[in-house]
Design a protein around this ligand. Structure first.
Ligand code: TXT
Length: 426
């Protein structure tokens, strides 16, 4: 009898100990470390990657975390890029429904950190071999002297072109806006096709032309709004002229799908895009033979040649009830081994220097093109407001491209909106 009672008491004590250490408790995500140090519980991850191509790879990688930590269940949730930022802020503010880990776009990270919604990662298991990260990729994870995320992918933009159409028209890839307009005339004459699809509902597609005229959104070092200076006005004129001259076609809405369809179906010869578009583009009939896709630097303007830096980080929600398992998941998803798999399957750019030396990565043609582009890509100031600069910009960019505003008006209105947003800036 005693043994029975003793045994029962022992089982109860162990169960209590396990619960107290956040062992196999309910899906509440309570502290995920058993007394044995083994991680357990649930980690909910909001991924924003493109559905139908990138998400397939990232979901599988997330599921494979279980091989390292059998007691941890990763709940993979794909949240559309256009909704995730506000959805996370609303949930974090309400203290309900936020994920443990979020794929945080480079401009979201300083904003989320400033709001106190992210767990600082310094000294945690999330950060391993920090020195291996590309400095430009790590920059957006730093805020007020602390590290609030781990860089997952870095990217920039280039011209994607259809080699078959270029051959049929007998033209070379344009290196400048002026060459682009000349090439466009020949392509139209020889093939009847429009040369370029210029996305009109996302201002990220404006930045290469803004930089090309020597412009920028702001000058953070001098706390000065610069979008409405002469270079900014000129850049709005350049993109408007691409459309009115017939060199480029655009849409005010549904730009991603219209751009991808036009390019994948061979209706346009070029588009400007980034590594995140590769997997979807290869699914197009024109690129069943992958060799038909060429990639080249974005065209130079009158003053400069360069594309913007973008990318995504992995951040841990400050209110997570399973920080230990979340740190371990972030470290796993940004590890050299995982990054190499992502590059192999999606041609996305790693954020670790060591991964670029792996033979399979070094031989990846997309990576070989984009790495030098990323190395010289134009960084934005990683301040909480950076992400907010795009909303007023896209409104005016679309209006200028569709003839509803002049370049002067577009630049002026954007500048006014920025000075309202950036209170003490000139
Ligand atoms: C909010 C900015 C650039 C790629 C997949 O995910 C909206 O959320 C703000 O940050 C730039 O860097 C590049 O990787 C691919 O995996 C809210 O609901 C907000 O996002 C961004 O900062 C990106 O670097 C993924 O690779 C509204 O209420 C803001 N949106 C910039 O975003 C690159 O991002 C791929 O991303 C709120 C938005 O402006 C963004 O451009 C991105 O392409 C991704 O798909 C109202 O104000 C307007 C601008 O779009 C560019 O698309 C997307 O394709 C605005």
């Amino acid at each position: 009898m005693r043994r029975g009672i003793a045994a029962t008491a022992l089982v109860a004590a162990l169960a209590l100990a396990a619960t107290a250490c956040g062992g196999d408790t309910e899906d509440t995500g309570s502290e995920g470390k058993k007394a044995s140090g083994e991680l357990s519980g649930t980690v909910t991850w909001w991924d924003t990657s493109t559905v139908g191509s990138e998400d397939i790879v990232f979901k599988k990688l997330a599921e494979d975390f279980k091989t390292l930590h059998p007691k941890v269940t990763v709940k993979y949730v794909n949240v559309p890029f256009g909704e995730a930022q506000n959805k996370f802020k609303n949930a974090a503010q309400a203290g309900a429904g936020a994920p443990d880990v979020i794929r945080s776009e480079v401009a979201w990270t300083p904003e989320f950190a400033d709001l106190g919604y992210l767990a600082p990662l310094d000294g945690t298991a999330a950060l391993k071999d920090e020195k291996d990260f590309l400095a430009q990729a790590a920059a957006s994870t730093q805020y007020n002297g602390k590290t609030y995320a781990v860089p997952q992918v870095i990217d920039s933009m280039g011209i994607f072109y259809n080699k078959k159409i270029f051959k049929e028209a007998g033209v070379e890839v344009p290196k400048s806006v002026d060459e682009l307009k000349n090439v466009a005339k020949t392509i139209k004459g020889k093939t009847g096709k429009t040369a370029l699809y210029l996305r009109g509902d996302d201002a990220y597609w404006f930045l290469s032309f803004l930089y090309g005229e020597g412009g920028n959104l702001v000058d953070a070092s001098n706390k000065t709004v610069t979008i409405d200076n002469a270079a900014g006005v000129k850049a709005f004129g350049v993109v408007k002229d691409l459309v009115t001259s017939g060199a480029a076609k655009t849409d005010a809405t549904d730009g991603w799908n219209n751009m991808q369809s036009a390019f994948k179906d061979g209706k346009v010869a070029m588009m400007i895009n980034g590594p995140w578009a590769i997997a979807d583009t290869y699914a197009g009939k024109e690129f069943a033979d992958k060799a038909n896709l060429g990639i080249a630097p974005v065209p130079a303007g009158s003053a400069y040649q360069g594309a913007p830096q973008g990318g995504h980080n992995l951040a841990v929600y400050a209110g997570s009830k399973n920080l230990d398992a979340s740190y371990a998941f972030v470290e796993y998803m940004s590890s050299a081994a995982t990054q190499a798999k992502v590059t192999e399957q999606l041609s996305l750019l790693p954020t670790r220097n060591s991964v670029y030396t792996q033979p399979a990565v070094a031989q990846n043609e997309i990576v070989s093109f984009f790495k030098p582009v990323v190395d010289k890509a134009v960084e934005r100031p990683w301040i909480p407001e950076t992400g907010s600069l795009f909303a007023p910009l896209v409104t005016e960019y679309t209006k200028v491209l569709t003839g509803q505003a002049s370049p002067e008006q577009g630049a002026k209105s954007t500048g006014e909106a920025y000075r309202k947003l950036l209170k003490d800036w000139k």
